[in-house]
Design a protein. Structure first.
Length: 401
């Protein structure tokens, strides 16, 4: 049997969407800009088309093409000094040089790091916080954009319980690659996302109450916030989200969707919050990894709250990767929380002019972690408004505004 491969035309359209729509917040790359392409060998066919698209746009590709199957060796062989090594000059120079970052998820083995002590993985992650901070600071100044996308592999398809062709059909449909002009379809989808987030901003919401069979959760939004849409940062992205005041989360929620994190599978996540912090965390599988992550500074508080309308999302199946699963539509859309780092773009002013102490005073969470956990349970979301009234904003998987 011949292994399934996406058609050449599909890869060309995919690269076109990522380079000429997703970057520059929907405007695409400009001549003479530099685009860093972070792609593994599993996704080589897409890398070739991405590089061509960058060159056709008159921009400059910078490639990081990495082999599969070597991540485990690092953790098995690295000593303490290697585990905490940080290539400062290289990464600082990369951030200074690049105008855009494109990263492609293409895991050949989603369980490659299973069995690696989670404290090792978290220690390595913490080392790279300065690199993340440099990128975020440049983005806050309006000098950098990024996008993240998925390339289907046999490993990911198997994990999702789909054939490789079925898996790719979800990617193609979700990213409008079955349309004559995918970029136009993306612009139409973003217009609807913009309508919803503008309406939510106009309501002046103080807090949200998420009610479901396994959810009873209060999300306090706090002052100096605005709702956000994907704006090309993820392809696909149908969500409307906000970075709430991390100190104002109360209650409980059980998540329906498995979480793949640090090469491990975590299933049946349950969280309880008090005074903004996780006070109880459990999982049916992978609990040790979950708890090690939450023990990381800032990862015991919320950095993002998100809703996806089932009418907008074209994703209908579990895909075993957060990028798609946090955007799933299906019958009831989805709600997801991110533990850890907040999005400073949620600040309605100029984030580059806000100092660290002011972020803390406004309740914008900071962490090396940003982990999205997803629930597709049917739920109702009630907004408590500044004028004392209440309004149902989301029900049966659909926005009510």
């Amino acid at each position: 049997m011949t292994k399934y491969k996406p058609a050449q035309k599909i890869l060309e359209k995919y690269a076109d969407v990522l380079i000429n729509f997703a970057l520059n917040s929907g405007k695409g790359v400009k001549k003479d800009e530099s685009v860093f392409l972070n792609v593994s060998e599993s996704a080589k066919p897409l890398l070739i088309e991405l590089r061509k698209a960058v060159l056709r746009a008159g921009a400059n590709p910078i490639l990081n093409y990495s082999p599969e199957g070597i991540a485990r060796d690092f953790y098995d062989l690295a000593g303490e000094e290697q585990l905490t090594y940080f290539p400062k000059n290289y990464l600082k120079g990369l951030v200074e040089e690049a105008d855009h970052f494109v990263s492609i998820i293409a895991d050949a083995d989603p369980h490659e790091l299973r069995g690696v002590p989670p404290e090792k993985i978290m220690k390595r992650q913490k080392v790279f916080k300065p690199y993340m901070d440099w990128k975020n600071e440049k983005e806050d100044r309006g000098e950098l954009t990024w996008t993240l996308a998925l390339y289907g592999t046999e490993g990911l398809a198997k994990e999702a319980g789909l054939s490789l062709e079925e898996y790719w059909n979800q990617i193609i449909k979700a990213c409008y690659l079955d349309e004559e002009d995918p970029i136009q379809k993306w612009r139409e989808a973003m217009d609807e996302v913009d309508r919803v987030k503008d309406k939510l901003d106009s309501l002046n919401i103080e807090k949200l109450w998420v009610k479901g069979e396994n959810s009873d959760l209060i999300i306090g939004l706090g002052k100096n916030r605005k709702w956000l849409g994907g704006s090309g940062r993820n392809i696909p992205s149908f969500e409307v989200f906000i970075s709430p005041d991390c100190r104002l989360t109360e209650g409980r929620i059980k998540f329906t969707e498995p979480l793949y994190r640090y090469g491990n599978l975590i299933k049946g996540v349950y969280l309880e919050f008090k005074d903004g912090k996780v006070v109880k965390a459990s999982a049916d599988e992978g609990e040790e990894v979950l708890k090690e992550m939450i023990a990381t500074e800032g990862a015991d508080m919320v950095g993002e709250f998100s809703l996806t309308d089932s009418r907008l999302s074209r994703i209908t199946k579990f895909m075993a990767t957060t990028l798609f699963d946090e955007n799933v539509g299906g019958k009831y859309g989805n709600t997801h929380l991110a533990l850890g780092r907040a999005y400073k773009e949620s600040y309605p002013g100029d984030p580059s002019k806000v100092i660290k102490k002011e972020w803390e005073e406004m309740g914008y969470n900071d962490s090396v972690v940003h982990t999205d956990i997803v629930s597709t349970e049917n739920r109702e979301v009630i907004a408590f408004l500044e004028d004392g009234s209440e309004k149902v904003i989301y029900k049966d998987g659909k926005f009510q505004i």
